[in-house]
Design a protein around this ligand. Sequence first.
Ligand code: NAP
Ligand code: SF4
Length: 672
Amino acid sequence: MPQFPHLFTPLDLGHVILPNRVLMGSMHTNLEETKDWNRVAEFYATRARGGVGLMVTGGMAPNSEGGVFPGASGLFTPEDIANHRGVTGRVHDAGGRIAMQILHAGRYAYSPECVAPSAIKSPISPFPPKALDEAGIEKQIEDIATSAARAREAGYDGVEVMGSEGYFLNEFLVAHTNKRTDRWGGTAENRMRLPIEVVRRVREKVGRDFIVIYRISLIDLVPEGQSWDEVVTLARAIEGAGASILNTGIGWHEARIPTIATSVPRRAFAWVTKKLMGEVSIPIITSNRINTPEVAEAVLAEGCADMVSMARPFLADPDFVRKAAEGRAAEIAPCIACNQACLDHTFQGKISSCLVNPRAGFETELSLVPATAPKKVAVVGAGPAGLAAALALDERGHDVTLFDRADQIGGQLNLAKQVPGKEEFHGLVNWFATMIAKSRVSLRLNVEATPELLAGFDEVVIATGVRPRDPGIEGQDGANVLTYIDVLRGAAVGDRVAVVGAGGIGFDVAEFLTQKGESPTLHLDEWLAEWGVTDPAVARGGLASPRPEAPARMVTLLQRKPEKPGRKLGKTTGWIHRATLQAKGVVMVGGVNYERIDGEGLHVSSGSERADPRLIGADTIVLCTGQVSERSLADTLIATGATVHVIGGADLAAELDAKRAIDQGTRLAATI
Ligand code: NAP
Ligand code: SF4
């Protein structure tokens, strides 16, 4: 019996049989915007070679008013169609299938041209939309249907009509964005008219032998969202209008509930998809926080869906499906749901890549070709930078020895995995361990690399990381003062805590110290209660009152900058960290000077005049004041005239994260 029998059961769609139950979900990578169509084709062809059953492209605009931003890609000209034909051809040559997502952004379009059912601005866009008249609505339907017909012409196997996440079609469905009184608004029947008509017209244009996926919002997670009865009625009508598959959408982009971040429990919303099973006869896909074949198999085995959608996991590892099929699941590079190199990049207009796999999106320019002259290479430091460098050097055929003075690999990743909501870091460290064990890298733990030990190597890579910055506060040597490393390694901490430094680690430590018992990320019911998510059959949109657990400690989080703490956290995840700490009653204070620490706590003042001197009463003070590079070995070697490559935190400690470390390690390895 194969390891994942449900995952590898073919899916018969009538005119086509998909070889497995895995869909690569839509991701906006910004690759199309480069106009480098070879690069776009290679991105998808790489994933097709990895064996995924069906892929969906990033959202393509049906017209200029529906684009996510001005100039968004779409199939507008014969040249566009020809460019896309190049992509679909390469995917088909690689044995894959690909559908194009048609995304009309509605009032989420970052454009003054944006249109919507009613002229109500979204909370996440500066542009008020124009309310469409009857002719305007007809134009949108026609443009979406035309886009589908052009997708067929461009060689796609199907389209996905984006009907969820609060975009255009979804906006017609709910009363808070649709205040119309004509046949497109008011009653539930009228509000559903547009998506149903769109699917009907798309099917009419593309014929029977073409996949039409409709992405349906199953739980809106916004006030006045759809009722469950409305969702089921819509699903049946969409099937009747000609859809071949229903894909699941969870939550609007403006929802204040995280839906894909790393702190969201795995398969957190599969139970919502399961509610729809049996209500329609076409296949249903579930999605959100499914990142291993084990989880995907369980979701299918439990009857939550007919197929599983994963998007970011295919950035982390394009060979996800092939490795699962070959019994090599432990070798799948895990998506840790951090958003740091994918979604955060998308919103900054950069190419989406992956923290774990810097080659994602860079397939045509970052390749690890066999070295012409294999060398003996020492890598010092088995944190993310050193691990990435060692594995990539090994892949290129070099003879690699990896040293670390610790008794385990992982470096700072071992601290991150202690933080509630960052449990996925365990998987990343385990994956590195698997890959190092499988490689020819010689791992030397508990070894202090000295210049003498490194003398016989052709190349030396220094990835010795960082050490905590000394903030030089009077009284910081007291027994009531700890560093973040002490805390995350389990040191005893009092009931009232002052956290000095509100960067990523200050936030992590505050979450760690306020959490009682196990993280809600490991307990779905607790997590749903904490964020206020309920069954959409009980409350419209699935919204309930949040019921956060009482904090384990009273924490004050401080920084010197006179601005809101957490401003520099990730674009798509910072708000989640801020909301989590607010729910735990953490007091955030900016603009302070640290005057001294004594037995009573931390004494601070405000501004350059050192005004308002006061005591932050605390039993424990935790220093999270950033890091400095650990370069003593590098400097010693350089002083002897040796040539070394310094990467990761040892190279630059400021704003270091695993993304930069892994990227730098991999890129260096590609050049040696
Ligand atoms: P960081 O983000 O640079 O924050 C350091 C904090 O220490 C700041 O709040 C800074 O604020 C304060 N500070 C700096 N010098 C100080 C001094 N001499 N005395 C007192 N306070 C001082 O560093 P980190 O928190 O250690 O994080 C390290 C890296 O890991 C960062 O790049 C971070 O983005 C990343 N990381 C990210 C996350 C996440 O996104 N969730 C989580 C963990 C780590 P003031 O100067 O205003 O006082
Ligand atoms: Fe997953 Fe993070 Fe990679 Fe994005 S950057 S694909 S969230 S591991």
